[in-house]
Design a protein around this ligand. Structure first.
Ligand SMILES: [Zn+2]
Ligand SMILES: [Zn+2]
Length: 431
């Protein structure tokens, strides 16, 4: 079916700037979720929030209670809808169905969290110059997820307008805590993609950094596991009775060295990183506590799982060597998934009708960088026999992702909404 977009580019830019101004960290997207829930439900979507959208216990790396309470209070102060906050019950993220009366066919994912970085206040930085710089200090939409949320809202409004012509349900997932790979597994656990045959997600920029560029599918994401390792020893006088102590710092230091001695894997690339080590108390006290903040990565889920198993073994045995108790806590992570070629074709065909995307700047498959939590949804859909793709939406970027000056070209919002709608319609026709 032919499709003409109706949502004005100006309206999309307004949405984007609202989200940008209310940048919120992973699992604290209270204002953002309440705004989306209210807008989507008033427009006619069936909206699920709270435990219907995300499994509370399956969330990894949730900020502690005091931090969450302060962020919730800030969202309230900034005018978040109290009725929706109540229904959310401390949980962020939401699921919106266009036709809940029909069987689910296609899931579209939009991530909504910001990055923990202080936004630039420079006049060179458009959000600062035009007055929509982040209201929340230390948190900034430096990855473009404000654009993703605006695109998602635009897609919902367009699809609702033509919903009577749909033969299947289209579901929009607004994912919290994509950064650190923390949100998707908990939404999969709550059944967000159960029964879906197709999955589509996209990211602004990544390796598509020219206006009009489009990478239809992505490969080369690394699977990753984020975890903390804690060592619990025993304090003692370092001069008088060092033999009574159990030194946690030595156990942690031994673990750091041996984590980096895990052999390479013959079946794919691997990474190991200990990003932070802390521990001890005073100069003359045997350290009774230490903590390592770590991650493993692998070019396949299998290889990454193997790395994590080796890491656990190193940590547990290092702890035993120095008489420690140890605790390993999962803080995030996910597998990897490669976009399906057949789905990339559908994305390309859908983009060919959109003037913004230049045929000479279109590519079927490109490399990702780092990881994206979309892989968890894509992998789940592929496991139940479906297929999907993760596209990269081209934009000039004045600065790289996660930097304080990150920004993107808002002219891609309208064409991106159109792309998502055309993909959803092509899939609906295909069944
Ligand atoms: Zn990011
Ligand atoms: Zn991102």
């Amino acid at each position: 079916m032919d499709f003409t977009p109706h949502v004005f580019p100006l309206q999309l830019s307004r949405f984007r700037r609202l989200f940008h101004r209310h940048a919120e960290s992973g699992f604290s997207e209270f204002w953002t979720t309440a705004f989306l829930a209210r807008s989507l439900s008033e427009a006619g979507c069936a909206v699920k929030v709270g435990e219907e959208a995300i499994c509370r216990e399956a969330r990894m790396g949730v900020p502690d209670e005091a931090v969450q309470a302060a962020r919730l209070a800030a969202a309230r102060e900034q005018g978040a809808d109290p009725a929706w906050l109540e229904r959310m019950d401390g949980l962020t993220g939401l699921v919106a169905d266009i036709r809940p009366d029909l069987p689910l066919l296609t899931v579209l994912r939009f991530d909504i969290d910001a990055v923990d970085v202080e936004e630039s206040a420079s006049r060179e930085h458009l959000p600062a110059r035009e007055g929509f710089r982040s209201l929340n200090s230390g948190v900034c939409h430096a990855c473009g997820h404000d654009g993703h949320a605006a695109i998602g809202l635009g897609v919902a409004l367009e699809l609702l307008r033509i919903k009577d012509s749909l033969r299947h349900n289209v579901r929009l997932i607004f994912e919290p805590a994509e950064e650190g790979l923390r949100g998707a597994a908990a939404m999969v656990e709550a059944g967000a993609v159960d029964g879906a045959k197709y999955f589509f997600a996209a990211h602004i920029g990544v390796n598509a950094r020219r206006t009009g560029e489009l990478v239809c599918g992505t490969e080369g994401f690394l699977a990753s596991t984020k975890f903390d390792a804690e060592f619990f020893g025993r304090a003692a006088h370092a001069g008088a009775e060092p033999h009574e102590g159990r030194n946690s710092l030595l156990a942690a230091a031994g673990a750091v060295l041996n984590l980096h001695a895990i052999p390479r894997h013959g079946k794919g690339d691997t990474r190991i990183a200990v990003g932070r080590m802390e521990g001890g108390s005073g100069r003359n006290v045997i350290p009774a506590y230490a903590k390592l903040v770590c991650e493993t990565r692998g070019s396949s889920t299998e290889v990454n799982d193997w790395m994590f198993e080796q890491a656990k073994r190193v940590i547990e045995h290092s702890a035993a060597m120095y008489g420690q108790d140890c605790r390993i806590t999962l803080m995030g992570g996910g597998g990897t998934a490669v976009s399906d070629r057949a789905m990339c074709d559908i994305v390309r065909q859908s983009a060919e009708g959109i003037a913004y995307f230049k045929p000479e700047l279109m590519k079927d498959m490109g490399q990702g960088f780092g990881a994206d939590d979309a892989c968890a949804f894509l992998e789940a859909v592929q496991k139940q026999g479906g297929m999907g793709a993760y596209a990269q939406l081209g934009s000039l970027l004045p600065a790289g992702h996660h930097s304080p000056d990150f920004d993107f070209d808002e002219s891609l919002l309208g064409p991106s909404v159109e792309l998502f709608c055309r993909v959803a319609l092509a899939l609906d026709a295909r069944g």
